[in-house]
Each structure stands twice: as C-alpha cells, then as structure tokens.
Design a protein around this ligand. Structure first.
Ligand code: MLT
Length: 398
C-alpha cells in the first residue's frame, strides 16, 4: 500500500474557487431561470488586445513552416520575451537582468512550486488574509506557517515584528484579496528586516499594472537591497487579460546565494533553473510571441485601456458601497474591493445571501484566511453592464 502525503489532510476539502463554482452550480441547477452575475474569481472579461492577438498569430504562422518551426524552447524562456520584460521594468526605473527572468505559465504555478526549494524547518510568514495558494502549497509540503495578521487596524498591511525571526516571507502587493498596497517605506522596512534575518521575500506583484500612483512601488526591486533577499512573481493574467492564455514570469536574482548545512554555497537561481528544467518544459512559443507583443508600446497602451475599463467598474462598486455606508479597502490600485460583511454576517453566509437575494457571486473573505471571516471581496473584472446591474441589485438589499 502506498504511504500517502497525509499533509493533504490538513487542507480544506476543496480549493476556494472550486467550492464557489460548486455552490453556484447547485444554485443554478435549482433556479435555472435566474440570471447570475459573477464578481467572484478575478477572471477578466475583455478580449485580448489586437497586438497580443497579432503576436499569437505570428507564433502560429511560424509553426507552419520548416524554416521557422519551433520545438522545445530555451529553458528560461525565449530571449525576445525576457528582454521585453527587462525593458518593461526599466520603463519603471528598475533594472532587472533578463538572465534572472524565468518565463512560466503563470504566477499561480510559480508561487505554489517555489516552496519546493525550501526545507520544512523554516519560519514561514504568510499574511492573513491572502491568496490561498501560498498557504495550501506550504501545507501540502508539511510546512508550518506563522500568520501575519492583516486587519482594519493595520489597513491590511502587516509589518515585520523585529522580535520574531523569519526565514521565508510571502508578500502580495497590491494585495489579493484586500487591494491594499505597500508604500516605499513600508516595503523598505520588509527588505531591511529580510536582510537582517537572512530571509527570503517571495513577492507577488501580479496586480502591479493596476497601480496608478507613481510613488507606489510596482516591484520589490524598486527597494535597494531587494535583489539580495527577494524573488518576484508576476503575470500577464491581470495585466494583459491572459487568464486563459497563460503566461507569467518569475525573477530569481543570481545574488540570492545562501550557505547550506555542509558549508557549500547554494544559489536559488540555480536551484529554480534545476527545478523548472526538470519538471516544466516551458510556455509555448506561440504564447510567448503573444506575450512579447504585449510589452510593445502599442501592446501596453491597449492593456492600459483595458485596465482603465476595469477601474471604472471598481469606481461603480465603490460608489454603491459608499451609498450603503459600507467601509471598504482596495478598488483604487487594485481590481479588488474588500469590505466588511453587512449586519455582522459571516462571509460564507453573506455569499449565500447575496447569491439567493441578488444572484451576485462574490468571494467570501474566509477563503483567504481567518482574518477574512467577516469580510467579502468583489472583483472589478466584470463587464460594465453586469457590474452596473449587480450594483443596482446590491443597492436594494438590506
Ligand atoms: C483570484 O480571484 O483570486 C485570482 O483570480 C486567482 C488567481 O489569479 O489564480
């Protein structure tokens, strides 16, 4: 009989968005006449920009001819895409060497898989609430987690406690689910703390493209010293609408070298390369061509236009919450709006209430951690029409 990875027993029965899909499917089956509006999972609704589409077509055409056909690609991704990403960082005043960039199929896989590089005997800090992949992937590996409490008092931006030692620190800014964004001095505090502890920050910047205030850092590498203590994950899912197309990138600076227990030096860059080249055969050439087109000036202009569209939705949701006198977080530098459930409801109860009374699907805060138990998340990634209709319905509730 195989001995199973019993750490799976420590997980919730299903992944958050699977549980939501399951409940919505149950409701739809019982009420086939009701029109449901989905503002739950952060999935985009606008089609890809024409430049991305052209890039994808170019990739497909290359596959049709023997002189341009591509088989397995370079293990870290094609140079044309890694150079384009490096140039994108530079536009924001940040230098990231293309050599340090690994192309992937999205930030979800990489933020989940990265925990393989670390032993079980580490102090791992994970904010609560936060994107559930960090917690679940560590639990699957039998790791202990120390939670960093995010709450209204700290504006959902937990800061380091200098009296506690940490080895690994997960940060997500703009934060999923709360939309809170660390400013420069707060991130500097985290970088200084990580350097003092010889810790590694795993920084998820999947929502950086939603930041509109140029004073707010869009990358951990905007902070001096971060290349000696941080890995950054980013994705085209929310920047360019690639949730279904799948492309992301992870920066593992070669400066990240630590001493192993036998005294030898181990490089996280070399380890990630070893891990990826063993278990991953890369993002398809076609998708990488589409992704490279996103980083062209016109491609980026198209992305910004789509992001502005979603930001209008966020404003619509914010207006309704203001009208209902419900305080909220996020929605400015983020596609997510995070608010306390009305009338003291718990988040799964409010989920059911909203589905039953307004046919709106949102995301219960409990799915992002204990501190989300009385909070709720709505996404701005719907269409204008559906968001407006959902807000009309919401306005009439309680
Ligand atoms: C979310 O809704 O939290 C995200 O869409 C999930 C993801 O990016 O995997």
């Amino acid at each position: 009989m195989p001995k199973l990875n019993e750490n799976y027993q420590n997980l919730k029965e299903s992944y958050l968005f699977s549980e939501i899909a399951h409940r919505v499917a149950g409701y739809t089956a019982a009420h086939p006449d009701k029109e449901i509006i989905r503002l739950g999972i952060g999935d985009v609704t606008l089609p890809l920009g024409s430049l991305a589409i052209q890039g994808l077509h170019n990739g497909v055409d290359a596959m049709a001819s023997s002189d341009t056909f591509k088989g397995y690609g370079p293990e870290q991704g094609y140079d044309f895409l890694r150079n384009a990403i490096s140039a994108y960082y530079e536009e924001n005043g940040i230098y990231v060497d293309a050599e340090d960039i690994f192309i992937s199929d999205g930030a979800k896989s990489d933020t989940g898989n990265i925990s393989e590089l670390f032993d079980t005997d580490n102090v791992i800090l994970i904010p609560d609430p936060v994107y559930p992949v960090y917690v679940d992937s560590n639990l699957m590996g039998g790791k202990q987690i120390t939670y960093l409490a995010g709450n209204a008092d700290n504006q959902f931006l937990p800061m380091p406690d200098k009296n506690i030692h940490a080895d690994i620190i997960y940060l997500c800014s703009p934060n999923n689910p709360t939309g809170a964004v660390y400013n420069r001095s707060q991130l500097k505090e985290w970088v200084d703390y990580a350097l003092a502890n010889e810790a590694v920050i795993l920084f998820d910047s999947a929502y950086e493209a939603f930041i509109t205030d140029p004073k707010l850092p869009r990358s951990i590498y905007a902070i001096e010293g971060a290349k000696r203590c941080a890995i950054e994950f980013c994705s085209l899912s929310k920047t360019a609408g690639f949730t279904g197309t799948r492309c992301g990138y992870t920066v593992v600076p070669r400066e990240l070298v630590f001493t192993a227990s036998d005294g030898r030096e181990m490089s996280l860059h070399a380890m990630w390369n070893r891990r990826q080249s063993t278990k991953f055969n890369g993002t398809s050439y076609i998708v990488q061509k589409g992704a490279a087109a996103v980083f062209s000036p016109e491609g980026m202009r198209q992305c910004r236009e789509n992001i502005r569209y979603y930001q209008e939705n966020a404003k619509m949701i914010a207006r309704t919450l203001n009208h209902k006198k419900i305080p909220f977080f996020g929605g400015i530098h983020s596609p997510y709006i995070w608010f306390e459930c009305p009338q003291g409801m718990e988040s799964w109860d409010f989920f059911d209430y909203l589905l039953k009374n307004a046919q709106i699907v949102g995301t219960p805060g409990a799915g992002f951690g204990e501190n989300g138990t009385r909070y709720f998340r709505l996404t701005a990634f719907g269409t204008h029409e559906n968001t407006a209709k959902a807000m009309e319905r919401f306005d009439k509730l309680f």
